[in-house]
Design a protein around this ligand. Sequence first.
Ligand code: NDP
Ligand code: 2IT
Length: 449
Amino acid sequence: MNKTSDSTLNSLYHAVVKRNPGESEFHQAVREVFDSLGPVLRKYPEFGTHKIIERICEPERQIIFRVPWQDDAGQVQINRGFRVQFNSALGPFKGGLRFHPSVYLGIIKFLGFEQIFKNALTGLPIGGAKGGSDFDPKGRSDDEIMRFCQSFMTALHRNLGEHSDVPAGDIGVGTREIGYLFGQYKRLTGRYESGTFTGKGLDWGGAKVRKEATGYGAVFFLREMLAARGDTIEGKTCIVSGAGNVAIYAIEKLQQLGGKVVACSDSRGFIHDAHGLDLDLIKEIREVERHGIEEYVAHHKRASYTPNRRLWHVPCQIALPCATQNELGGDDATTLVQNGCIAVAEGANMPVTPDGMRILLNAGIAFGPGKAANAGGVATSALEMQQNASRDTWDFEFTETRLAEIMKGIHRRCHETAEEFGTPGNYVKGANTAGFIRVARAMVALGLI
Ligand code: NDP
Ligand code: 2IT
């Protein structure tokens, strides 16, 4: 019986690989979820009868489009745009847009697939989607960013709506880009439909705490994992990869809770400051000037900059990968373990490779997978949708309290599900299992659609 469901999952995995050739990140995300599902199929044989797994791996709709735009020199540029509307069993499609030159269908599908289960774990009514473009915003002027966003939205706007598909930000897409995208959507539809986007500016329909939510949420999840082991963040040495939206607000919350963050990175290198990072300076360099993190050392002579983005050898007790997929591999995980690391929470999506994850779990480190640990961003997006629907605005404290409660609920769900399915303390199994069951039940209830 056990063997049957495992061999079924194995052949389903090979079918996914064959059907989606060349999409290695998507295969990786599917494999990880399938590795958790054997016991689920045994407990709920109806999921097999209803072909939930086959259906969940096939996006409901995939949109690929041309994005032509003109640069400041008057040259025509062509990029490719994507929106993968993966699953709407629990609510309107929901998930961010990524602008990065590495974007192709396999990345958007891995992100969209993960988003289904992440969104399910929040307990809120949101389906899963992801989109983006291979457009590289680096070094582009404000006008170029605006023209690109307008062209992107001209192609995509018909497929969006507050009850159908609600994008937000991700790598390379922040409040500025959401502004240009929303502006063009409003112009094309003639409607001030705030609920079609989240991550908006606070003056035009945005929600307090959304900017901070993913980083804060990851630290709230970390706090819960440590509390389950009778420990706290107070006094711990921490390192955080990335210096973008998620990393900055993860650092902020770690510091507020008494952690000492000594290193962070960007795509080119990392800074190390044994006194603890000066976050106001990092915000100024990254959010205001949009410069590289190496500028930090010009202001703090005591700090060092290393032109290599891998910072995992910096000794720490807590590590938060908050930059990008597959940034922490097997060797990095071994180094973390050897240096006495006790907890890793994924602020980014799939930052730890399968090898890395195996090593961290085998070492008994508290490991929070992205689906659970970084769900605070999308959960607060759902709170933004609630405020837009009721034309209300909540204050910072109230919204942050809601976020903390949601992260506590996600932790509890993962923890209890891992125990129920015989893998206590394994949040990877807990998150995959709990997220999958919620979506699968809804799919069965909604019939064959
Ligand atoms: P940002 O664009 O704000 O920041 C990304 C950071 O990661 C930058 O420091 C960037 O460096 C670095 N980075 C990006 N790509 C690479 C790469 N290929 N190699 C090395 N470094 C890289 O993005 P976010 O902070 O929003 O997103 C970070 C991660 O968090 C992503 O995995 C995203 O999917 C995930 N996430 C984001 C959420 C959100 O609400 N924004 C919600 C949940 C997850 P540089 O500036 O030099 O390019
Ligand atoms: O990966 C993610 O969860 C996000 N980029 C945020 C998605 C959202 O809709 O807020």
